[in-house]
Design a protein around this ligand. Structure first.
Ligand code: UDP
Length: 469
């Protein structure tokens, strides 16, 4: 890190410490990585005020451990999301519509209020609310966009106008051919794998497509595009995006004394860590589908029985709404039969779980955060994508990096217990995949270590913030 201005000097001049705002989109997979990044910046003497919506702020604070509170180096604040108490905050369109109406005014008010002490020189906003970047510039702060997903998805988004012009996409975002190729080194997209094709419904697709077209236009206003990726895994995608600045993998352990981090919406059940301590090295299947994915009760039964058939220890995250919004039920006698080798919890400290020596496989929905966390810990994947970018992330994992296998649905659309058992056996027996996973782990950790590619990008960005204050 450039020592031209020491932290002590910066802190010593009251009112002169660089002060930035970080504004995530209010869902778990977006709040978490931006909070990790914010902590990292704050540890370099920059004041960060992290702006959640009131609803999310309450969740984050309620879920924080004492350790998170002690180690927190950023200020947490909140603004209203403009919704009524009964509105559906799980619906991204409803939230986005409301934020578009209310965020410009709320953010201006907040900036005026907090600037009295230390002027805000920069606002880092999630690209999903990238339409605010122009307003940020008008408010006199530097607009920076944060991309919580893969660079490949931003490369795709960036190319939307060209893809329409070339006849690859129609105006609704439907792929005209069967495959879309941006570069030989990025997995191609098949028809149902485009990030805006989240359901078979054309009207929903059009809404999502408009979301991404807006993000594409917004990116032009950003002075930097910070991305939770690293050059070594996405160099081709990065080359396709002007202003991209890969700063990942964003890991809590990059910047804190322990791997605690904060930013979870649910209380992390740490009893799973002591349970992991009692399992043999490399033996455990860790099963987690992130914060959104949900399944039919029939599918949950198949998964439970597949895990049982595997005869291996497993740690399974079962959120209280995993069964399509309801509590999951288990097959008759299942809990008793697997009691000796299973741990089921509602939410884990996932990075610590993945870093535990007893974990041997990550059965994952392939959300980008989970993908980056798993590969940084050298864990082979069993891929079960649910929606949006997760199919493309699976292609990275299985076809490009060769660190996992996919779980394929049968003719009824279910991942059967036999498919699950078979793929678990195949994965644990595949030394090639394990070797690749360890190589990728090495690259990931090097990129955030001194003089690594993301380390240098981070340094450049922080130096810039210091000079700009
Ligand atoms: N996560 C966690 N504990 C869990 C499950 C998930 O801390 O039990 C975290 C995980 O580490 C990741 C985030 O939640 O940082 C989920 O983000 P991801 O992009 O993987 O999936 P999404 O929730 O957006 O579908």
């Amino acid at each position: 890190m450039d020592q031209s201005l020491t932290e002590q000097e910066m802190m010593g001049v009251k009112g002169k410490r660089p002060h930035i705002l970080a504004v995530p989109f209010p869902v778990q997979g977006h709040v978490r990585p931006l909070m990790k990044f914010s902590q990292q910046i704050a540890n370099h003497g920059i004041k960060v005020t992290f702006v959640n919506t009131e609803y999310i702020h309450a969740k984050v604070v309620a879920a924080m451990s004492e350790e998170d509170k002690e180690q927190r180096s950023i200020e947490l604040t909140s603004i209203p999301d403009g919704l009524m108490p009964d509105d559906d905050r799980n619906n991204g369109f409803i939230i986005n519509k409301s934020l578009r109406r209310t965020l410009p005014r709320n953010l201006t008010n907040l900036m005026e209020k907090v600037s009295c002490d230390e002027k805000i020189s920069c606002v880092i906003a999630d690209i999903t609310i990238g339409w605010i970047l122009d307003d940020i510039q008008k408010m006199g702060a530097e607009p920076v966009a944060f991309l919580p997903g893969a660079a490949a998805e931003m490369a795709l988004t960036h190319h939307i106008p060209k893809l329409i012009e070339a006849g690859n996409l129609d105006m609704n975002g439907t792929m005209v051919q069967n495959e879309l190729i941006l570069s030989d080194e990025i997995p191609s997209w098949r028809k149902n794998e485009l990030i805006w094709c989240v359901s078979g419904d054309l009207n929903t697709q059009k809404l999502f497509f408009e979301f991404f077209r807006t993000a594409e236009r917004s990116a032009h206003h950003a002075k930097w595009l910070l991305c939770n990726t690293f050059h070594e895994i996405e160099s081709s995608a990065c080359k396709l995006i002007p202003k991209i600045c890969p700063v990942g993998p964003l890991l809590s352990s990059n910047n804190l004394k322990s791997s605690a981090g904060g930013g979870s919406f649910w209380v992390e059940d740490t009893t799973c860590l002591s349970w992991l301590d009692n399992q043999p090295d490399g033996s455990v299947i860790y099963v987690s589908f992130g914060s959104v994915a949900a399944f039919s009760q029939d599918q949950i039964n198949e998964l439970a029985l597949g895990l049982e058939l595997s005869s291996r220890p497993f740690l399974w995250v079962v959120r209280s709404n995993l069964a399509n919004g309801l509590h999951a039920e288990y097959p008759n006698g299942f809990l008793e039969r697997v009691a000796e080798r299973a741990k089921i919890v509602e939410w884990t400290p996932q990075e610590q779980v993945l870093a535990h020596s007893s974990v041997g496989c990550f059965l994952s929905h392939c959300g980008w955060n989970s993908t980056v966390e798993g590969l940084s810990m050298g864990i082979p994947f069993l891929c079960w994508p649910y929606f949006a970018d997760q199919f493309h992330n699976q292609n990275y994992i299985c076809s490009m990096w060769k660190i996992g296998l996919s779980l394929n649905p049968n003719e009824s659309g279910l991942r059967s217990r036999h498919e699950i058992k078979t793929k678990i056996e195949m994965l644990f027996a595949d030394y090639g995949i394990k070797t690749n996973a360890l190589k990728l782990k090495d690259l990931a950790l090097k990129s955030v270590s001194e003089s690594g590619s993301s380390f240098r990008n981070f340094e450049t960005f922080v130096d810039h913030l210091k000079k700009r204050r």
